[in-house]
Design a protein around this ligand. Structure first.
Ligand SMILES: [Zn+2]
Length: 64
């Protein structure tokens, strides 16, 4: 039973480490998504524009 207890602790620690790695990966992915959204600005006036809009709602600049 002693060996089984140690094995369970090791498995638990590995699970915690893997979940931490996944958490770090998810936070990095979220940051990259936020960065891409921040890049969605009008090149003419700098206003934030919607992702699929072809023209700036503020100055009418054509996007993409
Ligand atoms: Zn604009």
């Amino acid at each position: 039973m002693y060996i089984i207890g140690i094995a369970m602790i090791i498995i638990g620690v590995i699970g915690i480490i893997l979940s931490l790695i996944w958490f770090i990966k998810d936070s990095n992915n979220n940051n990259s998504i936020k960065e891409t959204k921040q890049d969605n600005l009008c090149p003419n006036c700098g206003r934030i524009v919607k992702e699929n809009s072809k023209f700036c709602g503020n100055c009418g600049e054509q996007l993409f």
